[in-house]
Design a protein around this ligand. Structure first.
Ligand SMILES: *[C@@H]1O[C@H](CO)[C@@H](O)[C@H](O)[C@H]1NC(C)=O
Length: 999
C-alpha cells in the first residue's frame, strides 16, 4: 500500500478530476521527492561529523583525536573491561568523562559501549519545559536483543605488561584478541594474530557531550540584528564549532526543539584488507555496498537509516527506506567479519574504499583494498558488537543469537499471496477466489488494504462493502485459504470510535513534546499513534484482536501492519517530530528506528492471544523494521514501481535482507505503482517465486492484474511459475526451518555459498534457495531471450527442467524465452518436492513426495526435509519430521535417516501417526552413468516393516541424455514413507549380497 501526502493528494486530484468529468490523467512519470528527505548536510549532526572527518583528513598526520582511555580507571573482571574514556576540550576546561565497557561474550563476540557520565547521572539541564529523559537512550537492547549475552569466562588479559595499550584474548581457544589503545583511544580486533577490524583508526570517534546553551543575546538588540550578529561572529571565528543546529533545527517547516542539545555519537570502523561490505538494509542498492564519498560510480551521500515512508523510491541510492538493520559485514577470501551498531536513532554511514595497488618493486606485496566506514547516530549510547567470523555462517548464527532467528511461519505464509489496493467488496473477494479456481491457479491468501474499514477506523468493516466478512472467509476456508487484513498504528481521532476513546483515556498514545497526545495526519485524517513501547499499550492492543472484539475476523484472518515507520503525512520527513515523547519520556528521536518493530510485535503477540488455547503461529507483515523484527514478521520492500529496473533491484534487496538476519522478505510482484506490461508481469512472477515472501500487489489506480487477467499465453506461463513455487514448497519450508534454527538466509547470494570465490563476491542478480543447491537467475530485462548465469565451482549444474548440463566455473548462457524459468540444480543435492497440482498449500499436506537426487562429480548427493503441521507451535514439542537423505555414490545406496533428535512426545507420536501414510512416490536421479541402462530394479528396505516386507524390489527406469543433457533414472512408487528410515540399494548385484538394515 502506499502512503505519504503526495499519493493522497494525488488521489484527491484523481477523484476531483473524475467528479468534474475530466479524464483521469494517470502519469507514471514518477520520482522521489528529494526535497522531502534530508541530505546529510541538512541533518545537523551528520553535517558536523562529516565535517569532523574532513578536518581530520585535512590535518592528516597532525590530527590528534581528543579521546583517551585513562589507564588508572581500567578494571578487568569476569570477561568485562570497564574504564573511563576522557574527551579533551579546550585548554583549561574539564575533560568529559565517558564510561566505557568492553564485554567479551561466550559466543566470541565483543561488545563495546560508551556512555556519558553527566547524562547518565541525570546531571544536565533540559531546555524549555521538556519532560524528556536526561540519559542517553540505553534501551535499544531491550527491544533488539534476546540472547547471546553470556559473558565469556575464558577472556583473559595478556600477561605481558604493555606500554600504552592492553590486550585481551577471548573467543574459542583465545583466537580473538582485542588490543585496546589508550591514547588516542582505539581498539583493534584480531583473529589468529591478524587485524580485521579497527575502531577509531582515523580518529573520528566523537561523542557530543552535554553543554549549557550560552545565550548570545546582546542587550537591546532587535531580533533581526541578532541573527546578523551571530553570522558575523561565526565568520570571525572560522575554527569554532558550527553551533547552528545545536539547539534547534528546522526542516520542511517543522522545528525540532532539541531539549538536550547536540548529542550525536560517531565512530570510524575500518576493515583492513576487505574490499566488500554488505548489509545495513534497507536501501535500494547493490549487495556489495558502494563508496559514499564521491568519485566515479560512487555515491555522494552516506547510507542513511531513518525509517521513512519514501514515496516512489529511487533506485541505486543510499537514501533511507522503511526499515533499518544496522548490521554490516565485511567479506574477503577466507574471512567474514562484521559489526552491529545497536542504536535506534537516525544513523548515517559513510563507506570509503581505498585501493592499494601491488608494488611492482617489492615482489610479493599484493594489491588490496581497505574499507573504512564512519557511523554517525543522532543520539543514544555508542554500543557496538564485533563479530570476527571467520565465515558468513558464523555471522548469521552469532547475529541471530543476539537478535533472534526468523520465526517459523505457517506453511500457507510461504505460498502465494494475492493482494491489491483494494478488493472492494466481499463479493469482489469471493469472485477473485472463484476465478483462481476456474483457471486452476494456486493461491493461499487474499489481502485487504485500507478500504475494507469503515471510514479508516481499524477493527471495523465498511457495512456497505463488507457486509458479511465471515461468510467471505468461510468461502476461503473451503480451500484452506486465508485472509490478511491491514491494521495500521494511526488511530482515527474522531467521535463515536471506542478505540480512540480508550487509547486516549488510558493514555496509550505517543505524546508531543508538551506531554499531550500527539495529533497528526494519516489515512483517516486526524489521527493519534499507539505507543507500543508502553507495556500497557501492548496489552491493550492484544485485546483488540480477540474474535469478539474485532468482529468479522476468523481463525483464518491474519494481519498486515503498514505505515509503522510511522508515516505521518504532515510530519517532518513524513514521520513524527523527533521531540515527541514515548513511554518513560524517551524522545522519539531515540527510538525512531525501533518504533515499527514494537508495533508489529504487539500485533504478533495479539494474534497469539486471540483465543485461549488456539495454538496457531501468527502471520504479520510489516513495512517498517529493525534488528529483531525477524522474530515476529515478514517484510516487503514497500512501494516499488512497475518497471523493469525495480524488478531487477528487488533481487539484491531481498538477498541483503537474507544475510542481515531478516530473510522472510519480498517485493511487490508486478510493481506497486503503474501498470506493468504483460511481459513484465510474467517475468516478475517468474522472479517472485524466489522471494521468500511472495505477494502480488498493486496500487488503487492500476488496472486489475491477477494472474488470470493477462490471458494466453501469459496466464499459462504465470500459472506454471506458481506451480513451480508450490511444488518446491517442501524445499522452501526446509530452508525456513534452517533459517529459524541457524540464522542462515533463505535465499543466498553467491558469496555466502562460495565464500572463497572472489569473482563471485559482488554477484547479486542470482540466488541459491536454502541448502538445496537450486540456483536461480531471474530474467529482469525486457525482451531477453537468454540469461548469463555465474557458476562458482566445478560441480555439474543441471537445468531443472531438461537436465542440460552446465559445468565449469564462469558464466554460462541459458536460453530463456518467455516461458522459460532459468533454474539450475547444483550437483550433490537431494531436493524434496510435491508434484501434484493443488489449489492451495493447505490441500497438499498429505500429498506424496518426489525426491530429486542430483549427483555431484563423485556420484553422491545429500539433502534434507523438514516438515511439521505447518500451523501450530507443536513443533516446539518435537512434533516434526526432519530427515537426512544421502545417496552414497560409492556404494550406490540411498538412505533416509532421522534428524529429529528430540524426545518422543505425545505430540510427536500423533503427528507421525497423521503422516504415516505419506509416501515418497518417486525418486528421480539426475546425472547417472550410462551403465545404469542395465538396471531394472532396486532393493528397498524400510524400518518397522513386517519381516516379509522388509526387503522389496522396485522398478527403475533409465533415460538416456542427449549429450548436452544428462542421463537420468526414475524409481516409481518405492513404497517408502517420508517419516521413516529406509534404504534403497541401487547396486545391480544379487539381492542376497545385502543384508543391511535401514536405520
Ligand atoms: C514483544 O512483545 C513481548 C510481549 O508483550 C514483549 O515482552 C517484548 O518486549 C516485545 N518486543 C518488542 C521488540 O516489542
Amino acid at each position: 500500500m502506499t502512503s505519504s501526502i503526495f499519493s493522497s493528494a494525488y488521489r484527491w486530484t484523481a477523484v476531483f478530476l473524475l467528479l468534474t468529468g475530466l479524464s483521469c490523467l494517470f502519469s507514471p512519470a514518477v520520482m522521489v521527492k528529494h526535497e522531502n528527505f534530508k541530505r546529510c548536510d541538512q541533518a545537523g549532526f551528520c553535517k558536523r561529523n562529516r565535517q569532523y572527518a574532513d578536518d581530520a583528513a585535512a590535518a592528516s598526520n597532525s590530527w590528534s583525536a581528543p579521546y583517551s582511555l585513562d589507564p588508572s580507571s581500567i578494571n578487568f573482571k569476569d570477561g568485562q573491561l570497564s574504564g573511563t574514556v576522557l574527551k579533551t576540550l579546550k585548554e583549561g576546561e574539564e575533560k568529559v568523562k565517558l564510561p566505557l565497557t568492553v564485554t567479551f561474550l561466550e559466543s566470541g563476540v565483543a561488545r563495546v559501549t560508551l556512555d556519558e557520565e553527566k547524562r547518565q547521572m541525570g546531571n544536565i539541564v533540559l531546555r524549555g519545559e521538556s519532560k524528556a529523559r536526561k540519559e542517553r537512550y540505553n534501551e535499544a537492547g531491550k527491544w533488539a536483543l534476546v540472547g547471546g549475552l553470556e559473558v565469556s569466562t575464558g577472556a583473559a588479559l595478556s600477561e605481558k605488561a604493555e606500554q600504552g595499550y592492553m590486550k585481551v584474548f577471548y573467543g574459542e581457544g583465545g583466537k580473538h584478541e582485542a588490543v585496546i589503545q589508550y591514547q588516542p583511544f582505539g581498539i583493534e580486533f584480531k583473529r589468529d594474530g591478524e587485524t580485521h577490524i579497527k575502531f577509531n583508526e582515523r580518529g573520528l570517534l566523537n561523542v557530543e557531550h552535554w553543554r549549557q546553551k550560552i545565550e548570545k543575546l546582546v542587550e537591546g538588540k532587535k531580533e533581526g540584528e541578532e541573527e546578523k550578529k551571530e553570522e558575523e561572529k561565526r565568520e570571525e571565528e572560522p575554527e569554532g564549532e558550527d553551533e547552528s543546529t545545536w539547539w534547534d533545527e528546522s526542516f520542511g517547516g517543522n522545528t525540532d526543539t532539541k531539549p538536550r542539545g547536540p548529542e550525536a555519537i560517531a565512530l570510524d570502523i575500518s576493515f583492513p584488507g576487505y574490499e566488500h561490505v554488505f548489509g545495513i538494509p534497507e536501501h535500494a542498492t547493490r549487495l556489495s555496498l558502494k563508496s559514499t564519498r564521491g568519485g566515479e560510480g560512487c555515491y555522494n551521500e552516506p547510507y542513511r537509516l531513518y525509517n521513512a515512508d519514501v514515496f516512489e523510491y529511487e533506485l541505486d541510492s543510499p537514501m533511507t527506506l522503511y526499515g533499518s538493520i544496522p548490521f554490516m559485514q565485511a567479506h574477503r577470501k577466507g574471512s567474514t567479519v562484521g559489526i552491529f551498531w545497536l542504536n535506534g536513532a537516525e544513523t548515517w554511514i559513510d563507506v570509503i574504499k581505498t585501493k592499494h595497488t601491488a608494488n611492482p618493486l617489492s615482489m610479493g606485496v599484493k594489491g588490496h583494498t581497505d574499507t573504512q566506514t564512519h557511523w554517525i547516530s543522532e543520539s543514544g549510547l555508542l554500543d557496538v558488537f564485533v563479530f570476527l567470523g571467520p565465515n558468513p555462517q558464523d555471522l548469521a548464527r552469532q547475529y541471530g543469537e543476539l537478535t533472534g532467528y526468523t520465526a517459523m511461519p505457517q506453511s500457507f505464509a510461504i505460498a502465494y499471496h494475492q493482494c491489491r489496493w483494494n478488493y472492494v467488496t466481499d463479493d469482489d473477494v469471493k469472485d477473485v477466489d472463484r476465478r483462481f479456481d476456474k483457471f486452476n491457479i494456486p493461491y493461499d491468501v487474499i489481502w485487504l488494504d485500507i478500504e475494507y474499514t469503515h471510514e479508516k477506523k481499524y477493527f471495523t468493516w465498511d457495512p456497505l462493502t463488507f457486509a458479511n466478512p465471515i461468510k467471505m472467509q468461510k468461502q476461503l476456508d473451503k480451500r484452506e485459504r486465508k485472509l490478511v487484513a491491514i491494521i495500521d498504528p494511526h488511530i482515527k481521532n474522531t467521535d463515536n470510535y471506542p478505540v480512540i476513546d480508550e487509547m486516549k483515556k488510558k493514555g496509550l498514545a505517543v505524546k508531543n513534546k508538551d506531554g499531550n497526545d500527539y495529533e497528526g495526519w494519516c489515512w483517516p485524517g486526524s489521527s493519534m499513534w499507539i505507543d507500543c513501547f508502553n507495556p500497557a499499550a501492548m496489552s491493550w492492543w492484544k485485546g483488540l484482536f480477540k474474535y469478539d472484539s474485532f468482529k468479522g475476523t476468523a481463525p483464518n484472518t491474519f494481519i498486515w501492519n503498514d505505515m509503522n515507520e510511522p508515516s505521518v503525512f504532515n510530519g517532518p520527513e513524513t514521520t513524527m517530530p523527533k521531540d515527541n515523547l514515548h513511554h518513560d519520556n524517551w524522545e522519539h528521536r531515540d527510538v525512531h528506528n525501533i518504533n515499527g518493530m514494537t508495533f508489529h510485535n504487539a500485533t504478533y503477540q495479539a494474534l497469539i492471544e486471540r483465543k485461549k488455547g488456539e495454538n496457531r503461529r501468527p502471520f504479520v507483515l510489516t513495512r517498517s523494521f529493525y534488528s529483531g523484527s525477524q522474530r515476529s514478521t515478514a517484510m516487503w520492500t514497500g512501494d516499488n514501481l512497475a518497471e523493469w529496473s525495480h524488478l531487477e533491484a528487488s533481487i539484491p534487496m531481498v538477498l541483503n535482507q537474507g544475510i542481515s538476519g531478516f530473510p522472510f522478505a519480498g517485493a511487490d510482484v508486478g510493481g506497486f505503482f503503474g501498470n506493468p506490461s504483460k511481459e513484465l508481469l510474467t517475468r516478475w512472477y517468474q522472479a517472485g517465486i524466489y522471494y521468500p515472501f511472495f505477494r502480488g500487489h498493486a496500487h488503487i489506480d492500476t488496472r486489475r492484474r491477477e494472474p488470470y487477467v493477462p490471458g494466453s499465453p501469459y496466464t499459462e506461463i504465470i500459472t506454471k511459475a506458481l506451480r513451480l513455487r508450490y511444488s518446491l514448497l517442501p524445499a522452501w519450508y526446509t530452508a525456513f526451518h534452517e533459517a529459524h534454527t541457524t540464522g542462515a538466509p533463505i535465499v543466498r547470494p553467491n558469496f555466502y555459498v562460495h565464500p572463497d570465490d572472489e569473482l563471485g563476491f559482488a554477484v547479486d542478480d542470482q540466488l541459491y534457495i536454502g541448502s538445496t543447491g537450486l540456483l536461480a537467475k531471474p530474467v529482469t530485462k525486457e525482451g531477453a531471450d537468454s540469461v548469463s548465469i555465474y557458476i562458482a565451482d566445478d560441480q555439474p549444474y543441471y537445468d531443472y527442467f531438461d537436465y542440460t548440463i552446465y559445468q565449469g566455473a564462469g558464466h554460462h548462457t541459458i536460453a530463456a524465452p518467455l516461458e522459460k524459468i532459468p533454474l539450475l540444480m547444483q550437483g550433490g543435492h537431494i531436493i524434496p518436492r510435491r508434484d501434484r497440482p493443488r489449489r492451495s498449500s493447505g490441500l497438499m499436506i498429505y500429498d506424496p513426495f518426489t525426491l530429486v537426487v542430483v549427483l555431484n562429480k563423485d556420484g553422491s548427493a545429500e539433502g534434507s526435509i523438514y516438515l511439521d503441521d505447518g500451523e501450530t507451535f507443536d513443533y516446539q514439542m518435537n512434533a516434526y519430521i526432519h530427515r537426512r537423505f544421502f545417496f552414497d555414490g560409492q556404494r550406490q545406496i540411498m538412505t533416509s535417516t532421522n534428524l529429529n533428535k528430540g524426545r518422543i512426545t505425545v505430540k510427536l507420536e500423533s503427528y507421525l501417526k497423521a503422516m504415516e501414510k505419506v509416501r515418497v512416490e518417486k525418486i528421480i536421479i539426475v546425472g547417472v552413468p550410462k551403465e545404469w541402462k542395465h538396471k531394472h530394479e532396486v532393493m528397498v528396505a524400510q524400518e518397522g516393516a513386517k519381516e516379509s516386507k522388509r526387503r522389496r524390489k522396485a522398478p527403475i527406469e533409465f533415460v538416456e541424455g542427449t549429450g548436452k543433457s544428462a542421463n537420468w533414472a526414475v524409481v516409481r512408487d518405492p513404497k517408502i514413507s517420508i517419516s521413516k528410515g529406509w534404504k534403497i540399494d541401487f547396486a545391480t548385484k544379487d539381492e542376497d549380497d545385502h543384508h543391511g538394515h535401514a536405520h
